[in-house]
Design a protein around this ligand. Structure first.
Ligand code: SF4
Length: 307
């Protein structure tokens, strides 16, 4: 009987494969039942503990600066093609929270969840919606929608978020379509005009601020002109910009120096745009999506031994 069960059933529990820590942040590389791996990052803020979770194994969006879509060939290889391996199921997203709390004896419990790890949440939206229902439910993890953030590149399913009560973060990363297309191939299918139109309607209807994520890449999207163009693009929107200094990988992109980041930030502020430079979390623990998986040279179907 046990042999039969082992052959035909998986209880889908995964074990922590690796934990890496630095002040205020811990990163997990989780081994899944099928031998694939995903990552989550725990961030300890003054106002509570937050977990950034993965929603897919790999990712089809193919952002040029990101390791997550590049695991179908050599890690960190610029020639690698974008590749989602599979969607995560709701329980695999929930387990990231439970295992993180357990592994690091997180106190107080994780009260904020961001869907900003490996994967594009709207490309796995049915499972993501179920996951959010579970963690929001009072018999689930009872996490308030205002403490849940869905981060997306913007896809044709973006319109379905119009009435959502959770927070929305849109990965912008460039102030014009030409540059965004170079950095994010998905821009060809869903460009800045559609994103800005969505943001305008969303903030008017929901009276909620929308977040624009902007990964800062040296000599790519970090000039003063880019900052002015960005300010012009989002003028009048109820939003703020989260500037994210790039965590360097071997993909060829660099992090701008602090003076460049400061100049970019100042132009936004002087233009009346609300902006923050994201606090450093986990530079030394490879916190950019896909970095830890790539460093450990984990390929699609390699079997990961549970620890
Ligand atoms: S940055 Fe996000 S959306 Fe882009 S390839 Fe990486 S995981 Fe996918």
């Amino acid at each position: 009987m046990i042999n039969l069960l082992e052959a035909d059933f998986s209880f889908g529990v995964f074990n922590t494969f690796e934990k890496v820590s630095c002040p205020n942040a811990e990163k997990f590389l989780f081994a899944l039942y099928d031998g694939n791996a995903i990552e989550s990052v725990l961030m300890r803020h003054d106002y509570g503990n937050a977990l950034c979770i993965s929603t897919q194994v790999g990712c089809n969006m193919g952002c040029a600066f990101c390791n997550s879509g590049r695991r179908n060939s050599l890690p960190d290889s610029a020639e690698a093609s974008p590749a989602k391996i599979r969607d995560l199921l709701p329980y695999e997203m929930v387990l990231q929270i439970l295992r993180a709390e357990e592994a690091f004896r997180v106190k107080p419990k994780i009260s904020r969840v961001t869907l900003m790890g490996i994967g594009e949440p709207l490309d796995n939206f049915e499972n993501v919606k179920d996951f959010i229902d579970i963690i929001h439910h009072r018999h689930g993890l009872d996490i308030a929608p205002r403490h849940i953030t869905v981060s997306t590149c913007g896809t044709v399913r973006l319109d379905e978020l119009h009435r959502s009560s959770y927070n929305i973060a849109i990965s912008l990363h460039a102030p014009n379509n030409e540059l965004r297309g170079q950095i994010m191939p998905c821009n060809a299918a869903f460009g800045l005009d559609k994103i800005i139109e969505f943001a305008r309607r969303y903030s008017e209807r929901q009276k909620k601020k929308i977040t624009f994520e902007y990964v800062m890449l040296e000599n790519m999207n970090d000039s003063d002109n880019h900052a002015r163009e960005l300010a012009e693009l989002i003028k009048g929107l109820y939003c703020y910009v989260n500037l994210i200094p790039y965590n360097e990988t071997k993909l060829g992109f660099k992090r701008p120096n602090p003076e460049r980041i400061s100049s970019f930030y100042s132009i936004l502020i002087q233009s009346g745009v609300r902006a923050v430079v994201r606090k450093e979390f986990g530079g030394e623990i490879k916190a950019a999506c896909g970095q830890l998986c790539a460093e450990r040279n984990i390929k699609n179907h390699d079997r990961i031994e549970n620890c």
